[in-house]
Design a protein around this ligand. Structure first.
Ligand SMILES: CCCCCCCCCCCCC[C@H](O)CC(=O)SCCNC(=O)CCNC(=O)[C@H](O)C(C)(C)COP(=O)(O)OP(=O)(O)OC[C@H]1O[C@@H](n2cnc3c(N)ncnc32)[C@H](O)[C@@H]1OP(=O)(O)O
Ligand SMILES: NC(=O)c1ccc[n+]([C@@H]2O[C@H](COP(=O)([O-])OP(=O)(O)OC[C@H]3O[C@@H](n4cnc5c(N)ncnc54)[C@H](O)[C@@H]3O)[C@@H](O)[C@H]2O)c1
Length: 684
């Protein structure tokens, strides 16, 4: 846990040895305390060097220990003793010095850091604060503004920049703290940890160290057992769990070898195709981009080059334009390792493309689709290599959004899945393996969520009221603002194609019902007026101009809602924020339970990761499934039963069998739900 060596008969070298990140577990703290004592008591030792094994100084406190009772020697007195020791202590930092690891470095009398080392205080991302003196020592070392920036944002810094951080305490501390508080509140609505950090830094600026450290520990005590801390720590592990995909066949992340991908092709240079080309080229993969017409090819090419150049400038590297080739001919794809199709969401067109690819590409080429919800196996079925077909569902904008759903068809081989997952990781994505069903995980769950929002409009709410409730909950954008951003025409086209609206609807169909279920036609009516969201300057809100982003409530939408309600004799009622949250989010989680039952996602963590990284679910709430568990499954069940009774024509509100089963089993913790799902059917 910590190795003690005497070097050159005068220097004690203490090496932290707790793989993989040398976290400060109870055993490490114990070993360090012993080693320090030995060093301080040995008259031969004139100086002490602390370092970490395997090129990593220290990843901080052992987060897994936070879930249980605190054991072992506490960190703060150990660090105080190092600082107070009479022999000089040097931190030799390689790799990472994060959280408690950075705080350890702060108590050392000297630090030497490799230029590639990353130092930082990521505690707020776990819902806590740097409580081993970090909020007290760092301001003293680098000044209030720089310390606030590091502590409240969790941004790591490279070691060379430390020397530049010499900003002294500003004359108007209160004004500065006020500005930072506003920024933090705007960026992370409702998140407690960064605000507590500001209070701790205020203590560093206004109190002697002995009082400041007390204040730090009081603030930590309030955060430590908070729901937000639990949610954020859950997210940390959920993200890592998602990478460890596993299939019922036994194939999994650690026994399936991915293929190496050197070259790829993208078909379709529209919104998604462009972002995917950028994501591939910036990690060194050569890309052939294919369009259907010369003009579209030229437009796509210019856009991709611009995006790559801006991206390279931001990262201080040169744009990898030499990796790109643009063509109108699929014949050019015969030698690529992998193809990602991103043409229109049209099954007949996609099938034609896959048939053509089957003929053109060498037999070993992987064929992937970026469809948002079509049947991946139906596409596999038209090729000569169904085992090499897989969905790679990127999110818009594809070069920015971190999520990648890897859609495993029943015939996708484990090597194919491993390759798609590993390619996602190489592109810096958080990849989650999901099963094949309409909408996969993310978009399938979106439907009940959005349906509830539009039903609430019918019943008396406004878009801004619903958005505000969701934004107060923590979403960066409410459902209507988000829809305006994404474009309302996309969903409208899908509804028309599936016969829910437009000329194919049977005129005998009651206007607010489809297939015996409640249906809200308001989104169709909004689109019929040419209101497609931000891009047309009008949608659920109005904007200054097409492409504008400043959403304002639109009296025309208010009129439309009033006329609609009076046409269907709906008496509007006051709807509470609580009802908005419960109906939208419990319907969302309920579909998540069905997805788990159907084996479309292997674990609740996978669903939560998809919602955190693909749909802006607030991280401090942990994701829809974790949120349901925090509310209490019994309560979620009771509220769903209540709402389903009130709206029996909305099947999404009917509690899923898995939810009922979990409640019957005593509402086990989210990490153990998997044991209760085991017996159910899997599509993965
Ligand atoms: C009334 C109650 C009063 C309560 C008062 C309590 C007071 C308690 C006193 C506390 C003192 C506070 C000390 C300090 O301020 C708090 C902290 O230090 S919190 C931890 C801060 N550190 C981090 O957040 C770092 C997290 N880790 C990372 O960012 C990355 O892992 C990495 C270090 C950059 C390495 O990245 P990668 O190379 O990509 O590797 P992985 O991320 O895949 O990780 C590999 C493996 O290691 C596990 N792991 C990583 N870090 C930790 C950790 N700190 N603790 C435990 N485990 C860790 C990770 O989960 C992976 O394992 P796997 O999940 O795959 O099994
Ligand atoms: N837009 C999104 O938010 C989003 C998100 C995730 C997934 N998707 C999916 O990605 C796919 C593409 O969506 P998009 O939004 O980029 O569409 P888009 O309309 O912006 O682009 C599609 C492009 O494909 C081109 N194309 C059509 N047929 C072609 C062919 N035979 N050969 C070469 N190019 C051809 C078109 O000219 C067009 O440029 C769809 O399946 C969609 O469902 C979209």
């Amino acid at each position: 846990m910590a190795r003690y060596e005497l070097v050159k008969r005068s220097v004690a070298l203490i090496t932290l040895t707790n793989p993989p990140v040398n976290a400060l577990s109870s055993a490490v703290r114990h070993a360090m305390a012993k080693s320090m004592e030995q060093a301080l008591n040995d008259p031969k030792v004139t100086a002490v060097v602390i370092c970490g094994e395997n090129g990593r100084f220290c990843g901080g406190a052992d987060i897994r220990e936070f879930a249980g009772p605190l054991r072992g020697p506490p960190l703060v007195p150990l660090l105080d003793a190092i600082e107070a020791g009479e022999k000089p202590v040097v931190a030799a930092i390689e790799g990472v010095a994060l959280g408690g690891g950075f705080e350890l470095a702060l108590v050392c009398h000297y630090c030497i850091a490799h230029f590639k080392a990353r130092l930082g205080l990521p505690e707020v991302t776990l819902g806590i604060l740097p409580a081993a003196g970090g909020t007290q020592r760092l301001p003293r070392l680098i000044g209030i503004p720089a310390a606030l920036e590091l502590i409240t944002t969790a941004k790591p810094l490279s070691s060379r920049r430390v020397s530049m951080l010499t900003t002294p305490c500003p004359p108007d501390l209160d004004a500065l703290l006020e500005v930072v508080t506003m920024e933090v509140k705007k960026k992370a609505r409702g998140v407690m940890a960064p605000l507590a950090c500001i209070q701790a830094v205020r203590a560093a600026a206004t109190m002697p160290y002995s009082k400041g450290i007390k204040r730090e520990s009081e603030l930590m005590a309030t955060l430590f057992n908070s729901g937000q801390a639990r949610a954020l720590q859950y997210c940390f592990f959920a993200q890592r769990t998602a990478g460890k995909w596993t299939l019922p066949s036994g194939a999994q992340w650690n026994n399936s070898k991915p293929r190496e991908i050197r070259s790829a092709a993208i078909i379709g240079l529209g919104t998604m195709g462009r972002g995917i080309v950028v994501s591939l080229a910036r990690v060194g993969i050569s890309v052939i981009a294919v369009e259907s017409e010369k003009k579209l090819l030229e437009t796509g090419k210019q856009m991709v080059i611009g995006m790559l150049e801006r991206d390279a400038k931001r990262r201080g590297v040169s744009a990898s334009l030499n990796l790109l080739k643009f063509t109108l001919s699929l014949q050019d794809l015969k030698d690529v390792d992998l193809v990602i199709e991103a043409v229109f969401e049209d099954m007949a067109l996609k099938k034609r493309v896959f048939q053509e690819l089957s003929k053109v590409c060498r037999p070993a080429t992987l064929l992937c689709t970026n469809t948002s919800g079509l049947d991946v196996d139906a596409l596999a079925g038209v090729t000569d290599r169904p085992h090499l077909v897989v969905g790679m569902h990127f999110f818009s904008p594809a070069h920015v959004m971190k999520l990648l759903e890897v859609v495993c068809g029943p015939r996708s081989s484990s090597e194919t899945i491993a390759t798609a997952m590993s390619l996602g990781k190489r592109m810096g994505k958080v990849s989650v393996a999901v099963g094949n069903c309409p909408g996969f995980v993310g978009n399938r769950m979106l439907k009940p969520y959005m349906d509830q929002a539009t039903f609430l409009l019918e019943e008396g709410a406004t878009p801004e009221q619903i958005d505000k409730a969701l934004e107060d909950f923590g979403f960066a954008m409410g459902v209507f603002r988000m829809s305006d951003l994404a474009g309302l025409d996309v969903g409208w086209r899908i509804r028309k194609e599936s016969g829910l609206t437009g000329p194919d609807v049977d005129p005998k169909n009651p206007p607010r019902r489809r297939h015996g279920r409640r249906y809200c036609p308001i989104p169709d009516m909004v689109c019929e007026q040419g209101r497609f969201g931000q891009k047309t300057g009008r949608g659920w809100y109005m904007y200054d101009k097409p492409g504008g982003t400043n959403a304002k409530p639109d009296p025309l939408i208010q009129n439309l809602l009033e006329m609609y309600r009076s046409r269907y004799a709906i008496q509007p009622r006051n709807i509470s924020d609580q009802e908005i949250i419960e109906r939208c989010l419990f319907a969302l989680a309920n579909e998540g339970f069905r997805i788990l039952e159907d084996g479309i996602a292997a674990r609740p963590e996978d669903i939560d990761v998809i919602y955190l990284f693909g749909y802006g679910f607030p991280r401090h709430r942990g994701g829809p499934m974790f949120y349901a568990s925090m509310v209490g499954l019994e309560r979620v069940l009771e509220r769903l039963e209540h709402y389903h009774q009130a709206h029996p024509d909305v099947p999404h509100l009917e509690p899923s069998p898995l939810l009922k089963k979990l409640v019957a089993c005593g509402s086990p913790s989210v990490q153990t739900w998997r044991e209760h799902i085991k017996t159910m059917h899997s599509h993965l």
